[in-house]
Write a protein that binds this ligand. Structure first.
Ligand code: SF4
Length: 305
């Protein structure tokens, strides 16, 4: 597969999607030193390969250092990642921190361990970035992680928020980037299989997969089977938000809206299910009547007192 045209197309697609995300969100700048977080899963291996390829031809100079946090999960194969890093000649650091014992000790049996585990892991990653002089931290989350997080927050948190492609850490010391934000999980999985990465299983911690996330993942898979392209649409919508058609008064000044010239869309005015995107302008006519005018036609469509 690695020598085939399909593989070449897939690799090109992943690199160009990552390149576009990096450009759109200004993720990487000249002189950056990027700590690339490696769990040993398909996403992190793919991210490292893509970043190394982009590094060779990027117009800016940036450094890469791969990092793995050995959390002392039972059965963790500690020689796999160092061997891989050495085989590809990338600078790396393995950090050992027994977060597993802390989580086992602090979290009661049967309760989910992921939130404390991720907090501890985040702390170690930030400290390591500081020690190694890395100003950026790269994580391997992809398009499907972002859409799943959006629905998790929507269904269980009552919030419209997903997973940002770029964010500053609370202390402002680092910027976290997600270069695979535009890449599909299925593409990453196919690429990782073709690359024959030495994958480390993700269930060594003994924690059950987050049940709610699994349900959302299953829901998205079913949608995609029934209506191909729907997940892409949801993903596109995350980058095309219309605050005036939502209800967050912090994002749009509804109270300040007054009569006069304003742009609206026909679908939202009349509940048109065809979602025709014709923008209308409504204004007061000389006879003090409200007129709805299609901008291209400049003649009243509907009018009323
Ligand atoms: S799945 Fe395991 S390693 Fe991952 S965050 Fe949860 S407890 Fe930690």
């Amino acid at each position: 597969m690695k020598a085939s045209n399909n593989f070449f197309r897939l690799e090109t697609r992943l690199q160009s999607q990552a390149g576009k995300a990096i450009h759109d969100f200004n993720m990487i700048e000249d002189g950056d030193r990027i700590l690339v977080c490696m769990s040993g899963g398909k996403d992190s291996y793919t991210m490292l390969s893509v970043l190394l390829a982009l590094q060779k031809r990027a117009p800016v100079k940036f450094g890469i250092i791969a990092m793995n946090l050995d959390q002392k999960h039972p059965g963790f194969p500690e020689d796999v990642l160092p061997r891989y890093f050495e085989s590809i000649g990338v600078e790396y650091r393995i950090v050992e921190a027994d977060t597993h014992s802390i989580v086992k000790e602090k979290v009661p049996e049967g309760k989910t361990t992921c939130s404390l585990c991720s907090r501890l892991r985040r702390g170690v990653i930030y400290r390591t970035a500081k020690e190694l002089g890395a100003n950026k931290i790269a994580l391997g989350h992809h398009r499907d992680d972002i859409v799943e997080t959006f629905f998790l927050n929507l269904f269980f948190g009552g919030k419209m928020k997903a997973m940002p492609p770029k964010l500053a850490t609370d202390d402002g010391a680092h910027v976290v980037i997600r270069p695979l934000a535009y890449c599909k999980e299925s593409d990453i999985a196919t690429y990782a299989r073709a690359m024959e990465y030495p994958i480390i299983p993700c269930d060594l911690c003994g924690s059950q997969e987050n049940l709610q996330r699994k349900k959302v993942k299953d829901m998205l898979h079913q949608w995609e089977r029934e209506t191909p392209g729907r997940v892409d649409n949801v993903f596109r919508a995350l980058a095309d938000v219309v605050p005036s058609h939502l209800m967050d008064t912090n994002l749009f000044d509804f109270r300040g809206l007054a009569t006069g010239l304003a742009k609206v869309d026909e679908a939202s005015l009349f509940g048109d299910s065809s979602y025709e995107q014709a923008a209308l302008v409504f204004s007061h006519s000389s006879e003090n009547r409200i007129e709805f005018i299609r901008p291209s036609e400049r003649r009243p469509l509907v009018s009323g007192a």
